[in-house]
Design a protein around this ligand. Sequence first.
Ligand SMILES: Nc1ncnc2c1ncn2[C@@H]1O[C@H](COP(=O)(O)OP(=O)(O)O)[C@@H](O)[C@H]1O
Ligand SMILES: Cc1ncc(COP(=O)(O)O)c(C=O)c1O
Ligand SMILES: [Mg+2]
Length: 282
Amino acid sequence: MTLKKTLTIAGSDTSAGAGMQADLKAFQEHGTYGMVALTVVVTMDPKTWSHTVTPLPTDLLQKQIDTALSTGVDAIKTGMLSTEEIIQMASQAIQSSGTNKVVIDPVMVCKGDDEVLNPGNTTAMVNYLLPHATVVTPNLFEAGQLAGTGTPKSIEEMQAAALKIYELGAKNVVIKGGKALVHDKAVDLFYNGKDFKLLESEKVTSTYNHGAGCTFAASICANLANGLSVEESVIEAKEFVSAAIKHGWALNAHVGPVMHGAKPRFGAPAVTVSTIPNYINA
Ligand SMILES: Nc1ncnc2c1ncn2[C@@H]1O[C@H](COP(=O)(O)OP(=O)(O)O)[C@@H](O)[C@H]1O
Ligand SMILES: Cc1ncc(COP(=O)(O)O)c(C=O)c1O
Ligand SMILES: [Mg+2]
């Protein structure tokens, strides 16, 4: 039996809730063969938990990419890329990979740390990554940065941002409302260039959601590699991450990661999918 091969070009979260650690766990739970091209290492001060992002030498990143692509990958996901040079390298990797199943998770902020990663990266993501995205998965802040609008604060503003991000080249856009959107549910907006759909699940009140975005995007990547449609991939990823958050736990006093393998062990909360009108043109 052969497995579908999924490559994540991402950073290491030493606390293992997010980053390539989350990606590999999600890949494994979806039955794909996960590989990594490591971009940066994120470490946390044991006392204050403040984050330090240390990039790897770019020639070492290129060697990792070359090795992984030589095996023939079925889908690629990008996570924390941290510099414009690394973003361009990821773009070149995607273009030479031979796959058109590409999930861009436009990581700009480390949860648990309010520091925005290199703000200059947004232009590079727009120019070098969005045109190659099968699906892009920004949270509200990241969507506002990519769209050049303020952070969306309503479904309508999420629709406006999704339209702009689609026009920038992404074939499908999922803007994650998550905890940040003022709503009684955890709501994500999915736009495929034609229809707007809301994906809703129960909002978990705990703060044990570190790694949710990475887990969500990696699940979409694995589902695409396994042959699911974009919509099927996104809906299953929503179920998967909803279960992971529901069973999130405290690693220490500073951080609570999701439980990446919750869905196959405990089942998933219900996710409702509804098509909504384009409120902007309504
Ligand atoms: N408290 C929560 N309860 C349920 N689902 C959540 C919660 N927070 C986030 N999610 C879901 O987890 C996924 C990742 O969203 P989010 O955490 O906003 O991304 P990021 O980690 O990139 O900031 C989305 O599907 C979002 O709706
Ligand atoms: C290496 C790395 N990638 C990505 C992220 C983003 O994580 P999230 O899934 O919470 O968006 C983090 C956050 O700390 C990280 O350390
Ligand atoms: Mg994220």
